[in-house]
Design a protein around this ligand. Structure first.
Ligand SMILES: [Fe+2]
Length: 214
């Protein structure tokens, strides 16, 4: 009986020790890492890294005067490490559906109209404050998914991040989305962005936190 109590006591200590250590790390770390989410089946072809670098305006295609259909939005933010320090020189890629909810991808069987004036991808390199910015349009929903923008971020010495950004205005659709629902409440808050009107367009801030790869 005594032995059993001792073992139980040690087990409790160990559990408590672990949770205290975890808590300590969290306090020290300061910034919660962004959740990894599926890239989905529609990552652009050819790969964004083989297109133009640092092209941050998806609303216009190079050499085309037309503007993409849909609601123009500006999404900006910072890429940081777990200590909340900005990461300069990170490569941020985004890809998404056009306003009708269709991707410019051979595997997308959605019959919605493809917006040929929309550039379905963008690429940015973060500045000294880890800052990036894109001008794009609010992507349409497509069967089974709420509105979202795909992100891939790479920086030297950090684990590559693949994630998705969601719109706070789409609360009901988000709540029905299987991929969104897989996230904990805390992580849902990290990837759900509130947009407000600034300089004539809806603008939102989406920060991302990378974990070290060491
Ligand atoms: Fe998608």
């Amino acid at each position: 009986m005594i032995e059993e109590s001792r073992r139980e006591f040690l087990a409790n200590c160990s559990a408590l020790g672990l949770s205290l250590a975890g808590f300590g790390q969290l306090l020290e770390a300061g910034c919660l890492t962004s959740p990894q989410q599926t890239p989905g089946p529609f990552y652009p072809e050819p790969a964004i890294s083989r297109q133009r670098h640092n092209d941050t305006d998806l609303t216009r295609k190079l050499g085309n005067d037309e503007v993409a259909r849909g609601e123009i939005i500006r999404v900006k933010g910072q890429v940081k490490d777990e200590g909340c320090r900005p990461i300069m020189g990170a490569v941020v890629e985004i890809w998404q559906a056009c306003s009708s909810g269709r991707y410019n991808h051979s595997r997308d069987e959605n019959q919605a109209a493809l917006d040929n004036d929309f550039q379905f991808w963008g690429s940015a390199i973060t500045g000294p404050e880890g800052d990036y910015e894109f001008l794009t349009i609010k992507p349409g929903e497509y069967p089974g998914r709420t509105s979202h923008i795909h992100y891939a971020v790479q920086a030297k010495n950090y684990r590559p991040l693949v994630t998705q950004m969601y719109f706070a205005s789409e609360g009901r659709q988000n709540a029905r989305d299987g991929i969104y629902r897989r996230l904990t409440q805390q992580r849902r808050e990290v990837v759900t962005v509130e947009f407000t009107k600034q300089d004539e367009v809806q603008a939102g801030k989406f920060d991302m936190v990378l974990s070290g790869n060491g």
